[in-house]
Design a protein around this ligand. Structure first.
Ligand code: NAD
Length: 357
């Protein structure tokens, strides 16, 4: 029977335990604070009662979850360790040193960290090639995405093995090809939130109506189809055609250089299918994410023209991510007040100070 260790049995650790136990893994829960792992086990067992099954306890899955009395005890015979300690670099560093010392040589050491890249807590380890970040979305037993982010020294086969394990337990792992602050999901969220705050802060829309825009608009579409797949279908000639048609107005709306969508025309999607492929981001979007869609529409691939996106998407994201301007802060405050009531004097002060900086 496959076995994992969950080290740190708080909010995320216990949700991981549900993920693994319901998929047939034995799970050893460990926590440094006395009684926490036992309590967590109770919550995990409760969560394993499937609502669709009228709350009937999945007794078999529940039996697979045990409490370990030490890190060494938790690590016995595991394929993977899911470290879920608080987001403190020193804690991660110490724990990874201990895990690397105690775990079997072929065990994968994965961290749930939301923000700390693995190179910051694994560099000096003998087994650093087997360490990576496996960042879940809270709670992982309900939201399947996991971002796998290796350090520069993480072995590719470790990433592949980890990916296979997360897939085996029903998660949806994505591979972040090199380390970047915020990984992918948080960066996308940061860009969306800063624009949301700006729109609310400048008085264009109420926070409630902005939330409806996501919940009853973009969110419904994005719950089953990503933005690249969407724009592939939003123009007869797919993504290149979309960029040609709407690039100018999108660049204007997002206050980015029109180069993001426009610029050099290549023959990547010419009628003869010549692939000179200078626009890397565009090529990846077409060939990877929407490859299936594109293949099914080959007959309408005539007259496609692509535009040069090379390397510009990441730069845009970095700029917005690193730039919470006063207007964004005002938007935050406005949203906070309207959604949380008006007794937010402390938040008001904090935000005013941020805005004044
Ligand atoms: N909460 C979220 O929304 C979320 C989402 C994604 C990822 N994460 C990441 O998951 C990790 C855990 O977050 P959380 O929200 O579950 O935190 P948490 O505080 O709920 O749980 C952390 C647990 O670790 C235990 N712990 C502390 N030091 C320990 C040690 N030395 N050995 C063993 N156990 C120890 C604590 O007692 C606690 O039970 C963090 O890295 C966080 O960034 C959190």
């Amino acid at each position: 029977m496959p076995r994992v260790a969950v080290v740190g049995s708080g909010l995320i650790g216990r949700s991981w335990a549900v993920v693994f136990a319901r998929s047939g893994f034995n799970v050893a829960l460990y926590d440094a604070v006395a009684g926490v792992a036992e309590h967590a086990r109770g919550l995990v067992v409760e969560a394993l009662c499937a609502p669709a099954d009228h709350g009937r306890l999945d007794a078999e899955a529940a039996r697979r979850v045990s409490v370990a009395s030490s890190v060494a005890d938790a690590l016995a015979g595991v394929e993977l360790v899911q470290e879920s300690l608080p987001e403190v670099l020193a804690l991660k560093r110490n724990m990874f040193a201990e895990l690397d010392r105690l775990a079997a040589a072929d065990a994968i050491l994965a961290s749930s960290t939301s923000t700390i890249v693995a190179s910051r807590f694994t560099e000096s380890l003998a087994g650093r090639h087997r360490c990576l970040v496996a960042h879940p979305v809270n709670p992982p037993h309900l939201v399947p995405l996991v971002e796998l982010v290796g350090a520069p020294w993480t072995a590719p086969d470790v990433i592949a093995k980890a990916k296979a394990i997360y897939e085996r337990v029903g998660q949806v792992p994505i591979v972040v090809r090199r380390e970047i602050d915020g990984f992918i999901l948080s960066r996308l969220q940061a860009v969306l939130l800063s624009e949301a705050f700006r729109l609310v802060g400048d008085g264009y829309v109420s926070p409630q109506d902005l939330d409806k825009t996501m919940k009853d608009g973009l969110g419904l579409r994005w719950s089953f189809m990503g933005p690249f797949a969407t724009i592939e279908l939003n123009a007869p000639g797919g993504i290149p055609d979309y960029c040609r048609r709407y690039g100018g107005s999108l660049a204007h709306l997002s206050a980015t250089s029109p180069d993001l969508y426009g610029g050099e025309i290549s023959t990547e999607f010419s009628p003869r299918g010549v692939r000179r492929c200078r626009p890397i981001a565009l090529r990846r979007a077409c060939a990877g994410v929407t490859g299936g869609l594109r293949r099914s529409r080959r007959t309408s691939a005539r007259n496609h023209r692509s535009t040069n996106l090379t390397g510009r998407l990441p730069r845009l994201a970095i700029r917005v991510f690193a730039c919470p301007d006063p207007c964004v802060a005002r938007g935050w405050l406005c949203a906070y007040r309207e959604l949380r009531g008006r007794d937010s004097a402390r938040a008001t002060n904090a935000i005013s100070m941020d805005a004044a900086d």
